[in-house]
Design a protein around this ligand. Structure first.
Ligand code: BV8
Ligand code: ZN
Length: 253
């Protein structure tokens, strides 16, 4: 496992074990150890010449629906072959322990791969949608697509409209109810864990401010420094799939 033995401060372990409310905000780094490229490096191979922020927009879909549909369908099929990793499983375990003790635990994810659900997490807020829900841009048709790759791009609806992935593109509003639920939980928690995210995509990256304002303690886990690192009470350099199971075990929660 190669986990650097990190002397978790007693206070952090105690907080995980007793905090009356915990929020975890996850980014692509949590799924990296399941073999899913993080958002910044999602563009490998044939996609290398594109910038994700250019492909993940309504304008890109309007301009080149075939290309954008192909990219999302490729990611959907790639994710179908992936399994939750030890980080996802540790978070599902923490949620269950908190539930048994009547302590609210809210998992907010920016990820679109649904691996938290696959790991058994129940209370998951998907801020940016997911790769599996596709909808018609004209008639509102919507369905979960977990089958093989589409044979036409973009898939065409019976009404003649084009079908798009149910993700939130740059420039699109996040689902109102999901964002409100995430903001409420972040503003009330005693411990906010920022896990595997570059903390640069908004408004998700602003949730931690609500936690700080409420006097919460903030933990970050990321192999790299982020704009949050200096502000967090604990910023652990390492992989979620390695640190989270160890941390949650030691907290005995
Ligand atoms: C909106 C779905 C307005 C699509 C995604 C201020 C306020 C509001 C908006 C803005 C603002 N400033 C700028 C904006 C605009 C924009 C934005 O934030 N731009 C950024 C780039 C500056 N925000 C928006 O457009 C949002 N919409 O605000 O609309 C509005 C309001 C009303 C009406 C109309 C409009 C929409 C944002 C959502 C975009 N969609 N995803 C898709 O997936 O294709 S975001 C995308 O980035 C993914 O969801 C991804 O999860 C997310 C965030 O990135 P990360 O998860 O952090 O991933 P990243 O690759 O960046 O980093 C991975 C990290 O993991 C790294 O730090 C790495 O070190 C670490 N790591 C790697 N391995 C591991 C690890 N960590 C731990 N363990 C490991 N093993
Ligand atoms: Zn339709």
């Amino acid at each position: 496992m190669g986990v650097t033995v990190i002397m978790f401060e007693r206070e952090l372990l105690n907080l995980i074990a007793t905090a009356n409310s915990i929020v975890a905000l996850n980014g692509a780094g949590v799924s990296a150890e399941s073999g899913i490229p993080t958002f910044r490096d999602a563009l490998t191979g044939l996609w290398a010449r594109y910038n994700p922020e250019e492909l993940a927009t309504p304008q890109a879909f309007g301009k080149n629906p075939q290309l954008v549909s192909r990219w999302y369908d490729q990611r959907r099929c790639d994710v179908l072959k992936c399994m939750p990793n030890a980080g996802h499983i540790a978070l599902a375990r923490l949620e269950e322990t908190c539930r048994q003790k009547g302590r609210p635990f809210t998992l907010i994810t920016q990820n679109v791969d649904r691996l938290h659900r696959a790991a058994g997490s129940q209370n998951v807020i998907e801020l940016h949608g997911n790769l599996f829900t596709w909808r018609c841009i004209d008639c509102g048709w919507e369905a979960d697509e977990s089958g093989p790759a589409f044979d036409e791009h973009p898939p065409r609806c019976e009404c003649g409209g084009l079908r798009r992935p149910g993700v939130v593109w740059f420039g699109e509003a996040l689902p109102g109810a999901a964002l409100l639920k995430a903001q409420r939980a972040s503003g009330k928690c005693a411990l906010f864990m920022s896990l595997g995210t570059s903390s640069v995509v908004y408004p998700a990256a602003a949730l931690v401010d609500l936690a700080f304002e409420n006097g919460a303690k903030v933990l970050e886990i990321n192999p790299e420094q982020t704009p949050l690192s200096r502000r967090a009470h604990w910023s652990l350099r390492g992989k979620c799939g390695e640190i989270l199971p160890d941390l949650i075990d030691r907290a005995g929660s």
